[in-house]
Design a protein around this ligand. Structure first.
Ligand code: PSU
Ligand code: MN
Length: 312
């Protein structure tokens, strides 16, 4: 009881979200590290608002998660979104950062792992993002493996993403997800596991679901089994935006070399690479990034709607 009380005092569920949950309406959780660290201002803010708009247009309620002055918000007001997008002092908040950030009443964007925790706490089974973290290249030596992967192994949430960026070791990421017991499926007709900017990573996806209903049934099965692990639904980038793929790939190679020359490590690696790749491609990677997030938001919302029908 005491524990419940303290949980409730740390979480702030936006009224639009709690009302939707009470009425069994579809809700889509969204992360905010993409806002604070994944994209430059003002593209971060416009994209966050567009994504919420797409979720609403598809008939679901958006719940963007972020930490504001030590409270974990599930669903942000437009002022709060604006604050996170503009603030230069926002932290990148993963599972391990949550206790510190809360204890010091700090503000930050939640990664996939921290967003999954908040979504699960609120009772939201579907979460849309751009890309998840993974096993970094040379991860077998550095042990730089994103907490997103272990979170997927321990929290029953379906994460809809465009797969894993080729800045990561995609083969080892898939192996690690298997070890963690994460059910991975590509969304659509392709057998390939997508690589964020590119619809094909060179790896085959363990499974494939064709439409929102099949995806929803997969999620419902995970929940019904009582598995405490998550589902990763990988949505390939739409073909018309995949053209810049090779150029982005070259930029990634250059950025990786720079990052190791500069001694950039740990949590700074992903934001550094994202920013450098955007500079090196003269904004093309950012445009592709925005396009695939829009697409994920559409697909994820359709899945959330199908799931809420199946569960009611
Ligand atoms: N990939 C992207 N954009 C992002 C991220 C990943 O294309 O913004 C963010 C997500 O929030 C993800 C986090 O959860 O980076 C992973 O960081 P790390 O590799 O340090 O675990
Ligand atoms: Mn890392």
């Amino acid at each position: 009881k005491l524990w419940k009380l303290s949980v409730n005092s740390l979480f702030r569920v936006h009224p639009s979200v709690s009302q939707a949950l009470v009425e069994n309406k579809p809700v889509v959780a969204l992360e905010s590290t993409i806002i604070t660290h994944g994209m430059p201002y003002p593209h971060n803010l416009s994209t966050a608002k567009e994504v919420e708009g797409i979720v609403r247009a598809e008939g679901a309620i958006p719940a963007t998660v972020g930490v504001i002055e030590g409270k974990v918000h599930v669903g942000l007001s437009s002022e709060e979104l604006d604050h996170l997008a503009r603030s230069k002092s926002s932290l990148k908040v993963s599972r391990r950062d949550l206790p510190y950030v809360i204890s010091k009443a700090l503000t930050g964007g939640t990664t996939v792992s921290a967003t999954m925790i908040a979504a699960h706490q609120a009772g939201i089974p579907v979460f849309v993002t751009g890309g998840i973290g993974g096993v970094h290249r040379d991860g077998e030596n550095s042990l730089d493996i994103s907490a997103d992967l272990t979170e997927l192994g321990r929290t029953p949430i379906a994460v809809v993403s465009a797969g894993v960026k080729s800045i990561l070791d995609i083969g080892r990421t898939l192996e690690f997800l298997e070890t963690q017991g994460v059910c991975v499926a590509t969304y659509g007709s392709s057998k390939h596991f997508p690589a964020f900017f590119s619809p094909e990573s060179g790896f085959t996806s363990p499974y494939q679901v064709d439409n929102p209903d099949e995806a929803a049934t997969l999620i419902a099965s995970t929940l019904s089994l009582g598995l405490q692990s998550g589902v990763l639904l990988a949505v390939p980038i739409p073909e018309e935006h995949a053209a810049a793929g090779q150029q982005v790939e070259d930029a990634i190679q250059a950025a990786l070399t720079e990052a190791s020359a500069k001694g950039i490590t740990g949590r700074d690696v992903t934001p550094f690479i994202l920013q450098r790749v955007n500079e090196l491609t003269k904004g093309k990677s950012l445009q592709a990034n925005i396009a695939l997030i829009h697409n994920n938001a559409r697909v994820g919302s359709q899945i959330a709607c199908a799931l809420s029908k199946q569960m009611s």
